[in-house]
Every structure is written in C-alpha cells, then in structure tokens.
Write a protein that binds this ligand. Structure first.
Ligand code: PLP
Length: 443
C-alpha cells in the first residue's frame, strides 16, 4: 500500500469530517502543493481556484512563510499568552498597522469562529445589552454563538433560539428582498429595513450589529455605495457596536487590506480576522479592538481566554505573511487581478453562457450566480442544496485540472492573490469548457 492509499484508508476509518454525513464520503487525497497548484493522490496537478477554504492568500508553500515557521520552531515553539514574545508582539503591531481607525489592540484566537464569539462577548460587556443583530446570507463560524449569528442553513440544526440573535436582510440587488431595481434603491431600502428591525427589537436591548462587509460563502455581494456608512450611523445613533467579520474577506482578498474599505472610511468598533492572516499555514484568528472597547477592560478583567492565544508559530507565520504582502504589493496585485483579468474574464463567460445570471466580486473574490433561466432567475440548485447540473460542473472542472469552489447554485472564483494572469485565464477557460459540457449534458 502506498502512503497515499494509506492516507485515504485511514481517513475513511478514523477521520470524522465537519458539516457532512460520514457514510459516503470520497475525499481527494492531497499529496503536495506549490504556488497556485495542488497535487492529488494520482499525482494529478490541479489549479486551486479555492485557496482551500479561501485562506492560502499567498499561494501554497510560500518560501518566506515556510522559512519563518521553521526558524521560529527552532528558537521558541511556544509560550503562554501571559508572556510577551517577539513573534506575538510583532504580529499584533503589523495587524494594527493595517486595521482601520483606532483598532490597535489585538486579542488573538485560534480561528474565525472564536474571534466572533469574543467580539460579541466584548460588545455585550461594553454595552451591557444582550442582543446581537446579523444578516441572513452570512457565515460567522461553527461554534454555538457564531453559528447562531450565521444566516444560512448550517445554523438551522444548531439553533435553539437561545443565543440572543436576531437576523435581518442585507442588500443583494440580484435577489432583492425589497423589490428594488437599482443599487441606490436597494441601499436605501435595506437601511430602512434595518432601521425598522432595530426599532421593533428595541435599540436599548441590542449590543451590536455583526456583518461581513462583503459576505463570503453566502455569495460575495459587494455592498452598494453608502450601505456600510448607513449601518455605522445607525449603530452610532443607538449606542450599538459595529463588528466587521473580515475572516474571509480580510488580508487582501477583495483587493483591499480589509473589505470594509470598500465602504469608504467606515471604522468598526471591533474587527475579526483569521484565514489569510497566516495564509492559513498555521491556525490563527483574532479581534482588533477600538480604544473605547479596550478601555472597558482597562481596570476590569476581560472574562475570556485561550491556551493558544497568540501561539508563537502562528504569529511567526502572520509576521512573514504580512511582511510579504507589504513587500510584494500583494493587495494591489489582487486589486489589479480582479479589475483586469478575473472580472473581465468572467464577464466574457457571462456573455456566452445562459446559465450565468450574474457575475460579482472584487480582487480575488468573485461569484458566478448560476440560474436555469435568466428571466425567472431560478437558481441552478436550490438554496441549501445541490443539483445534477452543479455536480456535473464540478466534475467537469476537476477532470480538466481545476479545483472549483462550489456553494449551492454558485461557483466562486477565489484563487491565491498571487496567481499569475496566465494561470487565472487558464482556470477561466476551464470554467468555460466545463459550463459548455454540463449545459450540453443537461439538454
Ligand atoms: N467568518 C467568516 C466570514 C468565515 O468565512 C468563516 C469561515 O469560513 C468564519 C467566520 C469561521 O472561521 P473558522 O472556520 O476559522 O472558525
């Protein structure tokens, strides 16, 4: 038996996978990776249009990050959160240098869900209020509170209606909940809706609004001009905190350091991050905290913590990731990639494929909304489910050497920010062929 066969067999015997029924799984073995590519168990090279779970922002095995982890392991593998280490202090300084406004203090966590849990805990303690508002069509993590603020089907089996969460609709013109026909109308009506939800729930009971400035897994909807500013104003008016969940969209993904920058100069009170902060090489998450919220815990202990808060290996990976992003203008590169290569390439696909109802995104963060009929906009797979057409499309991509990110009726194009224009174009031409093949098979 080869090592790769052994990896597969032991995985099926002993590994319990998140979110899925276990009986019929057939995982792809990954034997190696480099740059924009991974290799599967048959030695086949696949262009990674997923960045795994949208986190390898610098691509796979970036030598600078690998070397930083190796060097840190040789000198100091770990130290408890109570101590100061150079890796943790530098990581915090670098993150704070890119977060907006006065978000200059960092609570490190191990992932995105626990970052959101802590941000909400801080908001509740800071305001003395219980409720938290979040959007439908959002994902905030798999732990109990984070999955309850989540606004998609993964919440349903975990929702005991006991976590003090209330959901509202955000702007999404293509599937407008407000019968809007322009972005400006959608923005105005989405803000009016939020205003009414706040009024009906009672502003004095609401600690915070948490939102992904650009929702990720739920569909990559870039907000209309003025929406994030409007949410900020509502929060200010009612003494509620604004929590920006930048776990997926942060660290350059949308062509900005943080996706909230697409909303102008809006500064949240708390900003959560994970994934791209280390390019996913070592798990790390965190909350960037404003001066006002930090002051709440100046003389009063913050009631929360983690054994691995600011783990040394993870922080060394964060330092190398951020320094590489700065030195190589990776954020500018992602912006140009979106504007010059991915955006136009996908728009061209949309002009030829009836199934593509809408293309939207920014930077290296794009979604194709696939529909059976452009008039009715009936999704190519139901909300929360899949369909033979989506399965055929996925298979068509993989058989041609492309790893696609598929969610319900959407195909997301979320490659490493460092992908070359040529690699990105070759991935888009595989999508083109796979769309043709799946469409022909369906008719
Ligand atoms: N928030 C957002 C926007 C995410 O996309 C995710 C994960 O995909 C999370 C939070 C949860 O992060 P983690 O899986 O690291 O706990």
């Amino acid at each position: 038996m080869t090592d790769l066969d052994r990896a597969y067999e032991l995985d099926r015997r002993h590994v319990f996978k998140p979110w899925v029924a276990q009986a019929k799984l057939d995982p792809m073995v990954i034997s190696g990776s480099e740059g924009s590519f991974v290799w599967d168990g048959q030695g086949r090279r696949l262009l990674d249009f997923t960045s795994q779970l949208v986190y390898t922002n610098l691509g796979h095995q970036h030598p600078r990050v690998v070397e930083a982890i190796r060097r840190q392991a040789e000198t100091l593998c770990t130290a408890a959160p109570t101590h100061a280490t150079l890796a943790r202090s530098e990581a915090a300084r670098l993150i704070a240098s890119h977060t907006p406004g006065d978000l200059d203090r960092i609570l490190f966590t191990t992932a995105g869900a626990d970052a959101n849990e802590h941000a909400i805990r801080m908001a509740r303690l800071h305001t003395g209020r219980p409720k938290v508002l979040s959007r439908y069509r959002s994902y905030h993590g798999g732990t109990q509170l984070a999955v309850n603020v989540t606004g998609e089907p993964r919440r349903w089996p975990n929702d005991t209606a006991s976590q003090g969460t209330v959901h509202f609709f955000g702007p999404f013109l293509y599937r407008s909940h407000f019968h809007a026909t322009t972005e400006a109308e959608e923005c105005e009506r989405a803000l009016q809706h939020l205003r009414e939800v706040i009024e009906m729930e009672g502003p004095s009971t609401i600690a915070a609004v948490i939102l992904e400035p650009i929702p990720g897994t739920s569909g990559i909807m870039v907000p209309p001009e003025g929406y994030l500013r409007g949410v900020r104003e509502l929060c200010d008016r009612h003494g509620m905190l604004l929590i920006a969940d930048e776990v997926m969209a942060g660290f350059g993904r949308s062509g900005r350091w943080f996706s909230i920058e697409h909303g102008g100069d809006v500064v949240p009170d708390l900003l959560t991050f994970a994934k791209g902060v280390t390019s996913g090489y070592v798990p790390l998450g965190g909350v960037a905290i404003s001066d006002a919220v930090a002051a709440t815990f100046a003389d009063r202990p913050y009631p929360g913590g983690l054994t691995y808060s600011g783990h040394t290996l993870a922080c060394a990976a964060a330092v190398a990731t951020i320094e590489t992003m700065e030195d190589e203008d990776v954020v500018g590169q992602a912006d140009r990639l979106g504007a010059e290569v991915i955006g136009p390439g996908l728009a061209e696909l949309a002009s030829r494929h009836e199934w593509v109802g809408e293309v939207r995104g920014a930077g290296a963060f794009w979604a194709l909304e696939l529909v059976r009929d452009r008039e009715t906009r009936e999704p190519l797979a139901p909300y929360g489910g899949t369909s033979p057409e989506m399965a055929a499309l996925t298979q068509g991509c993989v058989s041609r050497g492309l790893l696609p990110f598929v969610n319900f009726n959407r195909l997301h194009v979320v490659p490493p920010l460092t992908i070359s224009a040529e690699e990105a174009r070759s991935g888009i031409s595989i999508l083109d062929e796979a769309l043709d093949e799946a469409r022909n098979a369906a008719t």
